[in-house]
Write a protein that binds this ligand. Structure first.
Ligand code: CU
Length: 356
């Protein structure tokens, strides 16, 4: 089942005709609406670096969300793959956009056929385990649960089946934005960037497929520190694109599982930092680097004033060598010629990983 397919898996299994299924789902919709008085919507989800469009409604809804656990071989750098445990077949998992006061109706199916159970701990959910006790699904099992989203902010979600760190290290995480009731100020570009680590047998492996190294994980010695699931995810043809003059917003999270991030964009300061993804308080201004702990997030905004490449890094800068580097390219004319100028031509160091 893809994220676009019908919501209630148990109904889907019980109905043989599409018409009957549609009728049943309509009944479910009506019952849900009668139950809470809220209209029902399907959550719009996207995969990194894309972000769903801003929410324009001024009322809460029942927001239906399909989530799946799958196991997929994915690249984690230019030359290696890794058997990732995923939400939705991607690392990181989908970006979910909701509104304060919505009821999130989650339908979670575990399609991992290895026999491993999985679940979801939504940091946005209030209650024991962030939903895990209601959403722990055995292989090929589907679980449904509903959660009122009481607090706005940008929140991590992750699998929390024991050992939690292994499920996270293997790729089971993503983010959910709960917009404040008043919404967010409009910007020109929004991006989804999530930092994480992989702990692999890179040093001893002679194959292109790397495997999990539990000792390295216990010692907190990652072989890979990456944005959006792999080294190079935001480089080359996958560089983020923008125009000079754009106001850019980055929804940035760090799932670790162990390292804190010193998130920095080389070539600019953050005009606004919603520290620890607090979207209610007045944001901090003109920040160079912001700390994001494992299991935390931030929202940063900045205007691109000069054309060229801006570099996303964890300013624990040797992690660039482990993959933690990405780019935003701004095209256009400078907003003012005196911001960045010289009579000499621009020169970059050969082979530089952070100033291409
Ligand atoms: Cu899991």
């Amino acid at each position: 089942m893809s994220l676009q397919e019908p919501y209630n898996d148990s109904l889907a299994l019980g109905a043989t005709a599409l018409g009957a299924l549609a009728a049943l789902l309509a009944v479910v919709d009506v019952l849900a609406q009668e139950d809470t008085g809220l209209p029902v919507e399907d959550a719009v989800v996207t995969f990194a670096p894309a972000v769903p469009p801003p929410i324009t409604r001024d009322h809460p809804v029942r927001l239906r969300l399909l989530m799946e656990a799958t196991v997929v071989d994915l690249p984690i750098d230019a030359t290696h793959t890794y058997e990732c445990w995923t939400f939705g077949g991607h690392v990181p998992g989908p970006f979910i956009r909701a509104r304060e006061g919505d009821i999130l109706d989650v339908c979670f199916t575990n399609r991992d056929t290895s026999g491993m159970p999985h679940n979801i701990d939504f940091h946005a959910v209030t209650g024991p385990g962030g939903g895990t006790s209601l959403l722990t699904a055995e292989s090929l099992e589907t679980k449904n649960a509903s959660f009122r989203l009481l607090t706005p902010g940008l929140f991590i979600y992750h699998c929390a089946v024991e050992p939690v760190g292994v499920h996270i290290a293997n790729g089971m995480y993503g983010m959910m934005l709960v917009e404040p009731k008043a919404g967010l100020a409009p910007v020109d570009r929004e991006f989804y960037v999530l930092q994480s680590e992989f702990y692999t047998n890179h040093a001893s492996s002679s194959t292109s497929k790397l495997e999990f190294d539990f000792i390295a994980a216990l010692d907190e010695r990652p072989t890979h520190v990456v944005f959006n699931g792999r080294g190079g995810a935001l480089t080359g043809p996958d560089t983020l694109k923008a125009n000079v003059g754009d106001d850019v917003r980055i929804f940035f999270g760090n799932i670790g599982p162990s390292l804190s991030s010193a998130f920095h964009v080389i070539g600019t300061t953050f005009d606004r930092v919603y520290r620890e993804a607090d979207l209610i308080s007045v944001p901090a201004r003109h920040i160079q680097t912001t700390a994001v702990p494992p299991g935390g997030a931030t929202v940063v905004e900045f205007k691109l004033r000069v054309p060229g490449n801006y570099t996303l890094v964890d300013h624990a800068i040797l992690r660039v060598e482990k993959g933690a580097v990405g780019f935003i390219n701004a095209e256009g004319e400078p907003l003012s010629p005196d911001i960045y100028s010289s009579d000499e031509p621009a020169v970059v160091c050969a082979g530089c990983k952070i100033h291409p």
